[in-house]
Design a protein around this ligand. Sequence first.
Ligand code: F6P
Length: 372
Amino acid sequence: MAKRRIGVLTGGGDAPGLNAALRAVVKTAILRYGWTVVGFLDGYEGAILGRVCELGLDDVRGLLVRGGTILGASNRANPFWFQHPDLGDTEPRDHSATLIATLERFALDALVVIGGEGSLTIAHRLHQLGVPIVGIPKTIDNDVRGTAQTIGFDTAVTTATDAIDRLHTTAESHHRVMLVELMGRDAGWIALHAGVSGGADVILIPELPFTLERVAAVVHRRRERGRHFTIVAVAEGARPSGGEAVFERTGPLPYQRKYGGIAIALQQQLAQLVPTEVRAVVLGHLQRGGSPTPADRALATALGAAAVDALAQDEQGIMVAVRAHPTGQVTWGIVRVPLAEVARGPRLVPLDHPLLLAARNIGISFGQADEG
Ligand code: F6P
C-alpha cells in the first residue's frame, strides 16, 4: 500500500539524538517519498488524546544539534493503562482503541515510534492490534534488545566519562574515595563504558552483585601502593550480593519504580570499612541533557532514514537497528528486528562482554568476592 501520511512520536524519557532522529524521519519522508508527517506531542499521550502538529522541513531545521525532543516526552503514558480527565476516566484503563481511532481520525497510514524498551514493547502490542508500526531504539541506558547501540547512549557515556575525569583530579588532591552514581536502570552499560573510559578503579553493575568488603579491599590495596584515592563507578541498579537495589521511589507500575540512592547508601557503609574519606556524586539527568555527540547524530540520522525506508517497503512490526558499533572500524549494517524480539525484556550486559573482560584484565574490580 502506498503511504502518504505517517505519524511519529518520541516515547519515554528524552535522550540526546531524539531530535536528530525526528529530523531524519521527516526529511526522508518528505524529500525521498513525498509523504506528509504528523508529530504526536508528549509520546503516547498525544497519540491517545489527538494532540498533534504537522512536521514540515522548516520544523526540523537546526534540530541535529539540539538535545531533548521538540515533541515532548512523557514516560507515564501507556495506552494500555491510561487515565485522563478529558476522557472521563476516574481510574486507568485500556485506551488502545482510543489511540487507534486517533490514527484513523488523522488518516495516518503508519506510525514511527522512537522509544526505549518500554515504548517499543507498547509498539509491539499495538502492532499486534493491527497498527502498522516501525520502531527506532533510543535510550541512554542502551538496554534495547536487538540493537548493538541505542540513540543517546554515546552522549551519556561521554558526559559520564567527563564527570569521572573531573572527579579524578579532586579525589586525588583530597585523598578521597569518590562514588559516582550513573543511570541505566537494570543494565550496567553506562557504568561499564564510562567506568572503563574514565579509568575507574571499581565498577559496580546490576549484572554482577557486589560485596562491599571487596570494594573496601580495593581501597586498602591502593593505599598500600601509595594511591590514596579510589574512583568507584556505580550503576544506579547495582546491588549487593544477597541484598536489594536502592530505589528513590517504588510502585506497582514499571514507570513508578525509580532507581536512585545507591551511592549515598554505599558512602555511609564504606566509610565504616576504610580510613579514607568517602564522597558520593549522583550524576542524574545531566546524562540525558545537552547536544548529542557526532556518533549519536549519525546513528539517529541512519536509523531515522532507515525507519522510513522500511515503511516504504511495506515493512511493519519491526525496529530498525545496528548490529555493529557505529563508531568502530566495522562497517555497520542496519537491520530490521521484529518488535516481538524487543519486547522480550531489557538487554543486560553479558558477562562475557569483551569490554567487561578487558576491564578485568587491566585490574578493574567489579566488587566480586572471588577477585584476586
Ligand atoms: O531510561 C532512562 C533513564 O534516564 C534511566 O536511566 C533512569 O533510571 C530513568 O530514566 C529516570 O527516569 P525519570 O527521568 O523519569 O526520573
